[in-house]
Design a binder for this molecule. Structure first.
Ligand SMILES: Nc1ncnc2c1ncn2[C@@H]1O[C@H](COP(=O)(O)OP(=O)(O)OP(=O)(O)O)[C@@H](O)[C@H]1O
Length: 688
């Protein structure tokens, strides 16, 4: 019974095998086409955005509340961000970057074609060896040497074009970012982003690190990812197509199934490298920032003997960075083991089995098989397979690269988004408690008007610090050109804040501010800023020498300006106008203030803001400088605790530090007399 049942089954299997052999070319074609479609779909799916699950969304919200870093992954958000940045780095199809990308792609295809040729040649060389055909062998070696010329040429060109591409991306991005970062009022209503980023917003702690380091890393990763993704995908298709011609598409399909199953396992094991990259960049930036603060305030710290505290701060930042790097290294270690085990060894053994198919099974349509042909086919197939598994491996590795690119993309887009928010006047800063309640909240949510005028006029303008502290609810005063204003008040009452509003640094939360452009103001603070550059650059800052010459000003005129502040000797002392120093360290506090006054006399702005600007110069010079400024038609807005300066001002704005103020005409003599009387009374009171 059993044999009679088996026979028809056996026969049916035979019939099936015959039918299969008869239609094998069609099946082969079907399998090959299916394979190509599969590789493309798999490549697309591995790159496509993974939708964010509800649990992940909830976790992200919770993390943000806890102040934990945001999760970064290869998801829809990443592609959206990348799309925006790509439009910056490749602005059009005719741009230099598009041309470089085209060159890069052509070179990649050319290199794959060479590899295919080399695989076949390798097989031929070994076959001629096995067959003992010396002439054929020599001929093949010459071909090998000849193909080396375009092969090496292509490889050098590839890395050259790739580096050029990275640099071109970096240049485009840096240009865009600097345009926003250092754009002034002339670029639009909202400039001075570099100030607002660090003072009015909490999102970015170290913009310098982002502009220099993160943009560079992003550009390099973007240039590499293209080669690491496009090339291996193309390679997988071409090598496998060639392989399927040699070993039959069935073996290849089996191989692909095995490879893809293990690849899925590897993918599931991949840690979140994108988040780690973004965290590393942020921690490195923070450490650098702490170091740069140390060198910036070296003198102050040295006088205080603050080395231990500073060391502790730096060590804390460093420890955080090292801890994070250790964590990433550990993850990379075991991931590396799993990756190498699967990609190199497991796939390698699958490959050897596939290469052996034509040796052990006679494939229809392939009619060889002396020892030489078998060796040739084995060597060629093995090379193709190695290249192919290397390509699949690279697609796998590139997922890690893609995750890292996602990390840098999140950093660059955070920078771009925050800067664009700054320009729109949208700030995110943690506010003092109660800032958003009731009347305070109303003030913070509203915005005032800024109108252009020759006078300075505040109408019901609140003065609010960036963290939402309301210093004055409603300030009203009016200064006409030529009417010097004295501003007095206790520490922290908002005197400098008033200037920040005038300079366009802080937003106007309500009322109307009438004022000239910020470029019509010039600030002299207690510790004036000295730029990098020559002595001339210090006096004419922010002008360049060309600007100075265009104004018709010569070095002789500049010397006259320095004479006004009794600093003419500095030119000879420092070795001429063209000598460059770190002027911040080379000049004393008083000299710095005098240089700043010389700068004022050179620029002759409409208004000068003097914030304790004469605190370090001798009293006799102080009066002289004020008179000269008046003679040049500069209107002074002065903050000073020195009564000796009162007589140069006609109005006074007195802040009480409790939210109240008085704005009135200033009769300096009367005020001085009252002051003296007050002091007398106080002395008498003490005697009692
Ligand atoms: N960037 C900032 N972020 C948050 N708060 C700030 C910022 N700059 C100043 N403030 C706060 O604004 C308040 C007023 O500061 P402001 O510098 O205007 O005082 P001031 O009257 O000039 O004081 P002083 O006489 O000490 O210079 C202070 O409480 C200060 O802490």
């Amino acid at each position: 019974m059993a044999t009679s049942k088996l026979r028809p089954l056996d026969q049916r299997a035979k019939q099936l095998a015959q039918a299969y052999a008869a239609h094998r070319p069609l099946v082969q074609r079907g399998l090959t086409v299916g394979f190509v479609v599969y590789v493309l779909t798999a490549a697309y799916r591995s790159l496509a955005a993974r939708p964010i699950t509800r649990r992940e969304k909830e976790k992200e919200v919770a993390d943000r509340k806890d102040g934990k870093p945001a999760r970064v992954a290869v998801d829809a958000i990443f592609y959206q961000r990348l799309g925006i940045i790509l439009r910056i780095v490749i602005p059009s199809m005719h741009s230099k970057e598009a041309l470089l990308l085209f060159m890069h792609s052509s070179l990649l295809i050319f290199r794959t074609a060479i590899s295919l040729y080399v695989a076949a040649l390798d097989g031929k060389i070994v076959a001629s060896l096995v067959r003992g055909q010396s002439l054929q062998f020599l001929f093949n070696i010459v071909r090998w040497l000849l193909v080396a010329i375009p092969a090496t040429w292509t490889n050098s060109w590839l890395s050259y074009v790739q580096n050029k591409l990275a640099l071109a991306y970096r240049t485009r991005l840096t240009k865009e970012v600097l345009g926003m970062y250092l754009g002034d009022e002339a670029d639009g209503p909202e400039g001075k982003v570099y100030y607002k980023l660090s003072n009015l917003d909490d999102r970015i702690k170290n913009a310098d690190q982002m502009i220099t380091h993160d943009i560079q890393r992003f550009s390099t990763h973007l240039a590499v990812i293209y080669a690491n993704l496009a090339k291996p995908t193309l390679d997988v298709i071409l090598y496998n197509y060639q392989l399927s011609q040699n070993v039959g598409a069935e073996g290849l399909v089996l191989l692909t199934v095995l490879v893809q199953t293990s690849a899925a396992l590897l993918r599931a094991l991949t840690p979140s490298f994108g988040t780690y990259t973004a965290q590393s960049a942020a921690l490195a930036g923070s450490l650098r920032h702490t170091h740069s603060r140390l060198s910036e305030f070296a003198e102050e710290i040295a006088f205080f003997g603050g080395e231990e505290t500073e060391k502790r701060l730096i060590e804390r930042e460093y420890a955080e960075l090292v801890q994070h790097e250790h964590k990433v290294m550990n993850k990379r270690w075991w991931y590396g083991c799993a990756e190498e085990g699967i990609v190199k060894w497991l796939w390698g053994s699958f490959g050897l089995v596939v290469c052996a198919i034509p040796v052990f099974f006679k494939l229809p349509g392939i009619s060889n098989f002396d020892l030489g042909s078998r060796t040739e086919s084995f060597v060629t197939n093995r090379r193709l397979l190695l290249s192919s598994s290397d390509a699949i491996g690279r697609v796998m590795y590139s997922y890690k690269d893609l995750a890292e690119l996602a990390g840098y993309t999140s950093r660059v887009s955070l920078l771009l988004d925050t800067m664009s928010d700054m320009r729109k006047g949208k700030f995110e800063k943690s506010l003092v408690s109660g800032a958003t309640d009731g009347e305070n909240g109303e003030i913070l949510r509203s915005r005032g008007q800024v109108l252009l005028s020759d006078d300075i006029q505040f109408e019901n303008v609140p003065i609010v610090t960036p963290n939402g502290d309301i210093l004055l609810r409603s300030l009203t005063f009016h200064v006409k050109p030529g009417e010097h204003l004295l501003i007095v008040g206790p520490n922290g009452s908002g005197k400098s804040s008033l200037f920040r509003i005038l300079g366009g640094l802080w937003p106007v939360y309500g009322g109307i501010v009438r004022k000239p452009l910020a470029s019509d103001f010039m600030l002299i603070p207690q510790r004036p800023y000295l730029s990098l550059g020559t002595l001339r650059d210090q006096v004419i800052y922010p002008h360049s020498q060309q600007d100075m010459e265009a104004r018709g000003v010569t070095d002789v005129d500049l010397l006259a300006v320095l004479e006004r502040v009794q600093m003419a000797s500095i030119v000879e002392r420092e070795g001429g106008w063209d000598v460059a120093h770190e002027w911040r360290d080379a000049l004393s506090g008083g000299d710095k203030q005098k240089i700043a006054w010389a700068r004022l006399f050179y620029h002759k702005p409409k208004y000068a803001i003097l914030d304790e600007a004469t605190s370090l110069v001798p009293p006799d010079m102080e009066g002289m400088m004020m008179e000269q400024a008046t003679a040049l038609g500069i209107t002074l807005l002065t903050v000073s605790h020195r009564p000796s300066l009162w007589k140069y001002h006609s109005t006074i704005l007195q802040l009480d530090g409790q939210g109240g103020y008085i704005f009135t005409q200033l009769d300096a003599e009367k005020r001085l007399a009252i002051q003296e009387e007050k002091q007398d009374l106080e002395t008498k009171l003490l005697e009692v």
